[in-house]
Design a protein around this ligand. Structure first.
Ligand code: NAP
Length: 258
C-alpha cells in the first residue's frame, strides 16, 4: 500500500532503539525525511546510518527530550515537521507506596508534559499547512493498569486526557492526534523488566519471558517492526479520519470487550 508520505518530514523522539526506532524505520521506508533523537550519540548515529541507507535524509540530535534544553535542540533541528512521534523512556517499576513527589514529577515530565510541550510547539505549523499527524507512544497501562508501573499508569493517563480534548480541536485543520499503546514488545525495555522479575522471583530470564508470554493471548512479544508499521499507517494519507484514538498493540493482553 502506498502510504502517500513520500517527501514528508517527521520528528521521531527517542528513536535510536526499540519502538521509536521501529517507527522511524517504517516512516523512512515510506519516503519520510527524518529528525531522530535519543540521549546516547553512538547508538543514535548508528540508527541514523541505517535509516539513510533507506534513501531518506536523517538529522540526528543527541539530547534528553524530557529537558527544556534538549527539546530546544531537537525542535531547532526539526523545523516544522509534518509528522511528530513522541516517545521517551518509561518510568521505573515499584510499589504504590514507593514513590515521592519528585518521582511523580519526573514521570509526569517525561511521559506527560514532554509530549504536551512538543505538541504545543508543533501543532500550529501543522494547522497552518492544513495537514499533520501526531502519534504518541504511550502504554497498555492506559487501558489496564500494570501494578508495578504506577508512575506510568498515572502519567500516561494524564497525557491521554490531554490528547482526547486536543485531537478533537485540531482535526478540522487536517491534523490528527492518536496514541499507540504498546503491550509487551521485544525491546531493551522488555529485557530490563524481565531482569527485574527474574531477580525478584529467583527464576531464569528465559522462564520470566515464558511466564510473560503466557499472559498474552498471542503467546509472544510484539516486534518493533509491526509497531512501526502501525505508526506509519496512522501517519498515512489513509488515516485522516482516525482522530483521538487509543490503539492497543498488545497481542490481546488487555482483557476488555471494547
Ligand atoms: P527502549 O527499547 O528502552 O528504547 C528507548 C529509546 O528511547 C532508546 O532509543 C533510548 O535511547 C531513548 N530514550 C530514552 N529516554 C530518553 C530521553 N529522556 N530522551 C531521549 N531519548 C530517550 O524502550 P521501548 O521498549 O522502545 O519503549 C518505548 C516506550 O514505550 C517507553 O516509554 C516504554 O515505557 C513504553 N512501553 C514499552 C513497552 C515494551 O514492552 N517495550 C510496553 C509498554 C510501554 P537513550 O537511552 O540513548 O536515550
Amino acid at each position: 500500500m502506498d502510504l502517500g508520505l513520500t517527501g514528508k518530514t517527521a520528528l521521531v523522539c527517542a528513536a535510536s532503539k526499540g519502538l521509536g526506532k521501529g517507527c522511524a524505520v517504517a516512516l523512512a521506508k515510506a519516503g519520510v525525511n527524518l529528525t531522530i533523537n535519543a540521549r546516547g550519540a553512538e547508538a543514535l548515529e548508528a540508527t541514523a546510518e541505517e535509516l539513510r541507507a533507506l534513501g531518506v535524509t536523517v538529522t540526528a540530535v543527541a539530547a534528553d527530550i524530557t529537558t527544556v534544553e534538549g527539546r530546544e535542540q531537537v525542535l531547532a533541528a526539526a523545523g516544522q515537521p509534518d509528522i511528530l512521534v513522541t516517545n521517551a523512556g518509561g518510568p521505573p517499576p515499584g510499589m504504590w507506596s514507593d514513590w515521592n513527589r519528585d518521582d511523580f514529577i519526573a514521570a509526569l515530565d517525561a511521559n506527560m508534559l514532554t509530549p504536551i510541550e512538543l505538541m504545543k510547539t508543533l501543532l500550529p505549523g501543522m494547522i497552518d499547512k492544513g495537514w499533520g499527524r501526531v502519534v504518541n507512544i504511550t502504554s497498555q497501562s492506559v487501558k489496564g493498569p500494570i501494578a508495578v508501573l504506577g508512575l506510568s499508569n498515572s502519567a500516561r493517563a494524564g497525557l491521554t486526557g490531554y490528547v482526547a480534548g486536543t485531537a478533537r480541536q485540531v482535526a478540522k485543520h487536517g491534523v490528527t492526534i492518536n496514541n499507540l499503546l504498546p503491550g509487551i514488545h521485544a525491546t531493551d525495555r522488555a529485557v530490563s523488566l524481565d531482569t527485574g522479575v527474574s531477580k525478584a522471583q529467583g527464576i531464569s530470564m528465559e522462564q520470566a519471558r515464558l511466564n510473560r508470554c503466557e499472559t498474552i493471548p498471542a503467546n509472544r512479544y510484539g516486534t518493533a517492526d509491526e509497531f512501526g508499521a502501525t505508526c506509519a499507517f496512522l501517519c498515512s494519507q489513509h488515516a485522516g479520519f482516525i482522530v483521538g484514538q487509543n490503539i492497543l498493540l498488545d497481542g490481546g493482553a488487555v482483557n476488555t470487550t471494547m
